[in-house]
Design a protein around this ligand. Structure first.
Ligand SMILES: O=C(O)CCC(=O)C(=O)O
Ligand SMILES: [Fe+2]
Length: 380
């Protein structure tokens, strides 16, 4: 009996010595994944594509039968890797292209021009321009440098500067503000449909649970931190000395309810799956990438998890064999609950997400402000 036990122990320790620490880590995560994943049959090694054509059109016109055609696919994706591509989402391509166009023109302007629009009064208000390196989404890597520059278009305006004062000069940047504003109702419409689908998937008692907590969608008078964010990742010259830990966007999870992301064809976005592996979010033309944020994770007891993601600098060989980086443009609609909303789990805590049970109830406004302070300590 004793000999047998010793032999087992020896075998185990020998095995542990033979496999690398990295393999051990992956192995442990895998065990944990199989324990936590009762809903998804597959290990998420890719980002699923969800076709929204059954629910094209106005939120108010979509039937239960139409939602039923999409609900499982969307919900499985969001409770699996936590990310999916939305195709046939019905958002007008011309409006999306217009935002790309005005964004590229704005970011191409001299830094002196862009600095006129630096954010005033964050975290109370987060509208305006952010210089490269001034914001750090990866709170754990305080010494890294995130190379993106950002324009944030706050939705609710509150007691701050007037809209006209805070937006780029209409002569210097014609159509800039209008492009974002034209897209906003479209984003609100698709967001409401997604909230309906998620509530149906999760079988919440009230299928309008999320809708009721995002009345800011379509009503700009409601205090909230829903925002559009346009991001430009400039070319880095092959000979440039990058600061240590330079990355386009450090690993992080988003802060709010859901995120809708448009990216150009350059790529570089990666999503971490439950095994700790980085999965490429390869650009799919005309798609939107959807993911859930920290408040959605908390609300759903971890059923919809806020996956870590990052944007690496893509490198490819040019004719001289040097590495070069391509510029990249993306933009996001970050959907957040109405500001005073108090968020705590409404579903049983998912296995593996026990830490959520220990979190205090978060007030949407306070949570977002705390995240802004954390991310912007360097730059403002
Ligand atoms: O630019 C991207 O593709 C992603 C940026 C991002 O994840 C963020 O700003 O939260
Ligand atoms: Fe993000």
């Amino acid at each position: 009996m004793t000999i047998c036990t010793l032999t087992e122990q020896n075998t185990t320790s020998l095995y542990v010595q033979l496999i690398s620490v990295a393999e051990l880590f992956t192995y442990l995560r895998r065990i944990k994944y199989f324990r936590v994943s009762k809903m998804s049959q597959e290990i998420p090694h890719w980002i699923p594509v969800v076709d929204l054509s059954p629910i094209r059109g106005e939120y108010g016109d979509i039937t239960k039968e139409a939602y039923a055609k999409v609900v499982t696919q969307l919900g499985d994706a969001m409770s699996g890797i936590g990310f999916c591509y939305l195709v046939n989402h019905g958002i007008e391509t011309a409006k999306v292209d217009h935002v790309y166009d005005v964004s590229r023109k704005f970011f191409a302007k001299p830094i002196q021009y862009k600095r006129k629009y630096l954010k005033v009064n964050p975290p109370e208000n987060f509208h305006g321009y952010t210089e490269p390196g001034a914001e750090l989404l990866n709170e754990a890597e305080k010494n890294s440098t995130e190379l993106r520059e950002v324009w944030d278009m706050w939705g609710w305006w509150g007691p701050n500067k007037s809209w006209e004062e805070a937006c780029p000069d209409p002569v210097e940047s014609p159509g800039f503000t209008e492009a974002f504003e034209a897209l906003r109702p479209e984003m609100d419409n698709v967001s409401k449909k997604l909230f309906k689908l998620l509530a149906l998937y999760l079988q919440l008692d009230d299928e309008d649970f999320f809708i009721k907590r995002h009345r800011n969608l379509g009503d700009l008078s409601i205090p909230c931190q829903t925002q559009m964010r346009s991001m430009f990742y400039d070319v880095v010259s092959p000979d440039a000395k990058l600061p240590p830990g330079a990355i386009r966007c450090g690993e992080h999870s988003d802060w709010g309810s859901i995120t809708l992301l448009f990216q150009d064809s350059v790529g570089g976005l990666e999503v971490q799956n439950v095994l700790g592996e980085w999965v490429q979010a390869t650009p799919i033309p005309d798609s939107i990438i959807l993911n859930s944020g920290q408040l959605m994770e908390l609300w759903t007891g971890g059923r919809l998890h806020a996956a870590l993601h990052r944007v690496k600098i893509p490198e490819s060989a040019d004719s001289s064999g040097k590495l070069f980086q391509q510029p990249r443009q993306s933009f996001i609609y970050f959907v957040n609950p109405d500001g005073p909303e108090r968020v705590s789990p409404v579903l049983p805590i998912r296995e593996g997400k026990e830490e959520l049970a220990t979190k205090p109830t978060l007030v949407a406004f306070d949570h977002y402000k705390a995240r802004i302070v954390e991310a912007t300590m360097l730059g403002y």
